[in-house]
Design a binder for this molecule. Structure first.
Ligand code: HEM
Length: 46
C-alpha cells in the first residue's frame, strides 16, 4: 500500500482497472477521498 499514491488509488476508483475492477465515474471528489482514507485505514499497523 505504500507503493501506490493517493492519486493512483483515485484513478483506479474513477476509471477502473483490468477486466474486473469497474469504474466509479459518478462518485464525487468527496466520496473518492473518503474511500481512499478508508482503504488506507485498512492497512495501518496497530
Ligand atoms: C467502491 C468500491 C470499490 C473500490 C473503492 C475498489 C478499489 C480497488 C482498488 C484500490 C484496487 C487496487 C488497484 C491496484 O492495485 O492498482 C482494486 C482492484 C480490483 N477491484 Fe476494486 N474496488 C471497488 C469495487 C469493486 C467491485 C464491485 C469489483 C468486482 C465486482 C472489483 C474488482 C476488482 C478487481 C478484479 C481488481 C483487480 C484489478 C486488476 O489489477 O486487474 N472492485 N479495486
Amino acid at each position: 500500500m505504500d507503493s501506490i499514491t493517493d492519486t493512483q488509488l483515485k484513478d483506479v476508483i474513477r476509471n477502473g482497472k483490468g477486466a474486473g475492477m469497474p469504474k466509479y465515474a459518478d462518485f464525487t471528489d468527496h466520496q473518492v477521498d473518503a474511500l481512499v482514507r478508508y482503504i488506507r485505514s485498512l492497512s495501518q499497523s496497530p
